[in-house]
Write a protein that binds this ligand. Structure first.
Ligand SMILES: [Zn+2]
Length: 357
């Protein structure tokens, strides 16, 4: 079993903990297995081809991972699109949920809760169904998208609509297992597999730069840690420049990065069409900043009009994504200005637009 400890005070934590009970800091695995290409199971076409690098026992799977890396262009400039929206429930969240719930189930958990604006909740409900667990999802009464709530119910999940869903889920977490996509270290672990796939899909290389939408930053940090593990194994020469894209309405990471701060200050909650990344206080903000500084990366913000225009363009090009997932494409002019037009760039297309049609 992997050891989990607090990033702030170093206290050890149990297998079901979601944050440090002593200081409320975030948790991480102390000694995850090293990446070893010889241990990839090349006959498994899901993220479980990396099972040897994941300290989790697989009990159930919906075939998550191994999403395509498609070629695309923007104003004549090529980029690569990692189609995370083609995961089983239509979002990148499935990687983290699958790894996290397998871990929790192997420790006897039979019911789990999460708070979600939609995608994480749908993912939890689907995997709970696959595993024979009960799932309850706390959703924000004011802003949760109706079609995403229907999807959670269709997967057999229960919904609690709440005015202050974060306070309510924290209270409920004292009694039930909190399978938090924002906090649980096994969730971030699952996201690392996206980086390993990109490395394989590029023939054993890292791209020059990699952009994701960032709310809590689970995919962003997972990608960063995945490439870091490849670097530590001597399999890439250079880390990709990590690019965090936020909505202009809720942009705590972009603000902190501009100040060259080591910590993230909470911003005022606001509305945006990018409903999947409206996170005013990211659980792992300091780690996201560190990844930006370490990789010569940067954080950008884009407005609703740019996001909607980018979504329309990507859909017309055949990529059926939700608005949140168009944020990195909306930032492409800013990205190209910083990295140059010839740099090899991967954009993560994170959530399916089918849920909103
Ligand atoms: Zn602590």
């Amino acid at each position: 079993m992997a050891h989990v400890q607090c990033n702030e005070c170093g206290a050890a934590a149990g297998p079901l903990a979601w944050r440090c009970s002593a200081c409320e800091g975030s948790l991480d695995l102390l000694d995850p297995p090293r990446f070893d290409p010889a241990r990839i199971n090349r006959r498994d076409f899901s993220l479980w081809r990396y099972a040897a690098m994941l300290p989790v026992t697989r009990r159930f799977s919906l075939g998550e991972g191994m999403t395509p890396l498609a070629r695309a262009t923007w104003n004549g400039r090529p980029f690569l699109a990692k189609l995370e929206y083609l995961n089983p429930t239509g979002s990148f969240k499935d990687r983290g949920t699958a790894v996290m719930l397998n871990h929790l189930a192997s420790h006897g958990v039979d019911a789990a809760i999460d708070n979600s604006s939609g995608n994480a909740g749908a993912s939890l409900a689907a995997y709970a169904g696959a595993a024979g667990l009960r799932a309850t999802v706390y959703v924000p009464a004011a802003t949760a998208v109706e079609s995403k709530k229907r999807l959670i119910r269709a997967f057999g999940g229960a919904i609690v609509e709440s005015q202050d869903y974060l306070a309510d889920v924290y209270r409920a977490a004292e009694e039930t297992t909190y399978a938090s996509h924002a906090w649980n270290p096994y969730f971030v672990l699952g996201q690392q597999t996206a980086a390993w796939e990109i490395w394989e899909q590029l023939g054993g290389r890292a791209p020059s730069a990699l952009a994701t939408p960032v709310g809590h930053g689970g995919l962003f940090l997972g990608m960063y840690r995945g490439f870091k593990a490849l670097g530590e194994a001597g399999l890439i020469d250079k880390m990709p420049r990590m690019i965090a894209v936020q909505s202009a309405g809720v942009d705590p990471i972009a603000r902190a990065w501009e100040r060259k701060s080591q910590t993230v200050a909470t911003v005022r909650p606001s509305h945006s069409v990018a409903d999947g990344i409206l996170v005013d206080a990211p659980a792992r903000g300091a780690q996201i900043l560190q990844a930006l500084y370490e990789t010569d990366g940067f954080a950008l913000r884009v407005g609703d009009e740019q996001i909607l225009a980018a979504q329309k363009r990507l859909r017309a090009a055949g990529f059926i994504i939700e608005a949140t997932s168009a944020a990195p494409a909306a930032a492409l002019p800013q990205i190209h200005a910083r990295i140059g037009e010839d740099a090899e760039l991967v954009l993560a297309l994170t959530g399916s637009g089918l849920k909103a049609i």
